[in-house]
Write a protein that binds this ligand. Structure first.
Ligand SMILES: [Zn+2]
Length: 406
């Protein structure tokens, strides 16, 4: 069996920086009161290896089995896939360790590239590993236009057609995804639509219209948000439930086809929409500059390559600066992170205060200001934002993850 080491060394120090605001790593704990305490070692992970159903060399995917090797793993209770920046995409998987030195865990569908952490029943946490590359699952089969739902009972008095606009959607897009349906026949009550999360089958959102006539086409658009927050990245599907006048209940999706009306939700889109590369060492975060260090990652592409908002939000700054050239700062909705784009060929047409959607074009790659070749200089800042109390952190792991799916 071929085993491939996944953890890359280059990001380790930057990782510590980008995760610096997360919960502190717990020290070895002693628990138990009264008599002698029970010593519980803090788990340590030294290597991560993909051992089964791996996507390719050095890459795992949803459904792969990865093996963690290290020490203090016998008391592990769960493994957290930390994903990209912040907690919004974290996925926790309960585990039963086989030994103190190794632990196998399945990569959940919807897990995003990033470090993993082992947590014990006593809440002791390992340090996060270097980022693990996790390939997104292949997209579900599309059914973008209304078509008859297969697999429903043939004696049903209702005829149901559904369609879902896309199989890949982004948080913060104007209309991330649209579900359309038409129910023909005598209904006892208006149909309801649930948005079902594939990882656990939970209906995370529901729509219940007051009236729906037989044969009327209805549409629901969802922007990837749940209440005030964003839904976790991963696979979702729309499920329509209708009851015929005779009392029979009919449900679409998960009936005969698990991919029916399904789509994958992503939290960011890669901002440079054309051929690109990440340059040499001088393009990295933290590389030397005269009297300072590089606060972002450079992404090289031809001048004029379309530039889109990786994550929608509110445009905070739009200015020209001798070094940065034409630049834009967007406060990402729902994350409190600031996204900065520099050296744009022309000033962005947006103004401060404007709402920008994920994937919306904000300009073109250029070389304005102090730029050596056409490129995007991209920065990510921790809350509360750009020169507002936040700090820049290495955006490369995030950019690389976004690059795998968009
Ligand atoms: Zn730069």
């Amino acid at each position: 069996m071929r085993e491939t080491h996944l953890a890359a060394g280059r990001c380790a120090s930057a990782l510590a920086l980008s995760l610096g605001f997360l919960a502190p790593v717990a020290a070895a704990q002693s628990t138990g009161g009264g008599g002698g305490g029970v010593y519980v070692a803090t788990p340590k992970i030294s290597t991560v290896t993909c051992v089964r159903s791996c996507a390719s060399k050095a890459r795992a995917q949803g459904g792969s089995t990865i093996k963690l090797a290290g020490s203090g793993l016998a008391s592990a209770a769960k493994v957290i896939f930390n994903g990209s920046y912040g907690h919004g995409d974290d996925l926790s998987v309960p585990v039963r360790p086989g030994s103190d030195s190794t632990l196998s865990v399945r990569v959940p569908v919807g897990a995003v590239s990033g470090p993993v952490t082992v947590v014990t029943a006593q809440s002791a946490k390992s340090k996060p590993t270097a980022p693990i590359a996790i390939l997104p699952p292949p997209p579900p089969a599309p059914n973008p236009v209304l078509s008859i739902v297969p697999g429903l009972r043939s004696d049903s008095a209702l005829r149901i057609e559904t369609g879902t606009s896309r199989t890949r959607a982004y948080v913060g897009a104007r209309r991330a995804v649209t579900f359309s349906y038409r129910v023909t026949g005598a209904m006892a009550t208006p149909p309801t639509v649930d948005l079902v999360r594939a990882s656990d089958g939970v209906a995370v959102k529901s729509w219940a219209p007051d009236t729906v006539g037989s044969g009327e086409v209805q549409s629901i658009s969802w922007d990837g948000r749940l209440g005030r927050g964003s839904a976790k990245p991963g696979r979702y599907s729309f499920r329509l439930t209708a009851a015929s006048a005779a009392g029979a209940e009919v449900r679409t999706a998960q009936a005969g086809d698990a991919e029916r009306d399904a789509f994958d939700l992503y939290d960011n889109i890669f901002p440079v929409r054309g051929r690109h590369d990440f340059g040499g060492a001088g393009a990295d975060f933290g590389s030397g500059r005269a009297g300072r260090s590089h606060q972002g990652q450079d992404v090289f592409a031809k001048c004029g390559t379309p530039l889109v908002a990786a994550r929608g939000g509110t445009l905070k700054f739009k200015q020209y600066h001798a070094s940065a050239g034409n630049y834009v700062v967007i406060d990402a909705a729902g994350t409190e992170l600031a996204y900065t784009y520099m050296h744009l060929a022309e000033p962005t047409p947006f103004r401060p205060g404007d709402r920008v959607y994920t994937g919306q074009r904000i300009g073109s790659v250029g070389d304005t200001g102090n730029a050596d070749g056409c490129h995007l200089h991209f920065e990510l800042w921790t809350p509360p934002g750009w020169y507002d109390g936040g700090k820049p952190f290495d955006p490369l792991p995030s950019l690389q993850a976004w690059d795998t799916w968009s």
